[in-house]
Design a protein around this ligand. Structure first.
Ligand code: C5P
Length: 245
């Protein structure tokens, strides 16, 4: 099996990102570049990570009119990213435009289409957040509704919380790829100082271990602090990979 660990490069600048990527690259399957790093470092950071040979997940959660999202996806394909995110709450037409643009731009650039991943309800939202903005207050029902809509729009993957994996696997076609953040290692105190820092839950409230998430049906694990905040990020990533076998 390919390495399912996507290490989040949640660091503030190019130097920190390249240093971290250099340290952990052989132990992970891909790197996630999100809003903080991309806004600080620009598209060049994507090129520089791609130049190392690593796959890139561009997590900018596009949500706009279909035409604008389609163009943003085309720009992401030109940067040669392997995964990117859009908000499913942008609706069917927006998601269809994103997927069509990924396919077309990939064909024109002679490469494989990136996996366009739908983000459903952010894990920072609860029923009162949903009610606040006039949405279905039952978060689980809203996640399932948006997940079905994403599949209907032709998306081939979704981002979901660890505790949504089992429910989504029941209602989605088996080939839909699930990418899961909110992973915490719980590998035990005896594991030693080399990857200390990997044990904390931080602000993630609903977590699964890497092994539990894969067993529940996740295809990819997005892991941030348990790797980058560890004393030895490389050892932490290797330990997590080992825990999957
Ligand atoms: O440090 P940690 O492992 O919690 O990082 C998780 C990564 O996944 C962060 O980059 C965060 O933005 C992202 N993420 C998340 N929860 C979501 C969606 C994305 O933690 N629901």
């Amino acid at each position: 099996m390919r390495n399912p660990i996507i290490a989040a490069l949640d660091v503030p600048n190019v130097e920190a990102a390249l240093k971290l990527a250099g340290q952990i690259s052989p132990a992970v399957g891909a790197f996630k570049i999100g809003g903080e790093l991309f806004t600080a470092a620009g598209p060049d950071i994507v090129r520089r990570i791609r130049d190392t040979g690593a796959a890139v997940f561009l997590d900018l959660k596009f949500h706009d009119i279909p035409n604008t999202v389609a163009k943003a996806v085309t720009a992401a394909v030109r940067l040669d990213v392997q995964m990117l995110t859009v908000h499913t709450s942008g609706g069917l037409e927006m998601m269809r435009a994103a997927e069509a643009s990924a396919q077309l731009a990939a064909k024109m650039n002679g490469r494989a289409a990136p996996l366009v991943l739908g983000v459903t309800v952010l894990t920072s939202s609860n029923s009162s957040t949903m009610a606040e903005i006039g949405c279905e207050p039952n978060v689980v029902a809203q996640v399932e509704r948006l997940a079905r809509l994403a599949v209907q729009a032709g998306l081939r993957g979704l981002v979901c919380s660890p505790l949504e994996i089992v429910a989504l696997r029941k209602i989605l076609p088996a080939q839909v790829q699930l990418v899961t953040p909110g992973i915490r290692t719980r590998l035990g105190e005896a594991s030693g100082a080399a990857w200390a820092g990997a044990e904390k839950a931080d602000d993630q409230k609903r977590t699964l271990s890497p092994r539990e998430a894969i067993q529940a049906g996740a295809n990819w694990l997005v892991i941030g602090r348990p790797i980058y905040a560890a004393e030895n990020p490389r050892a932490a990533a290797e330990k997590i990979l080992e825990s999957l076998n």
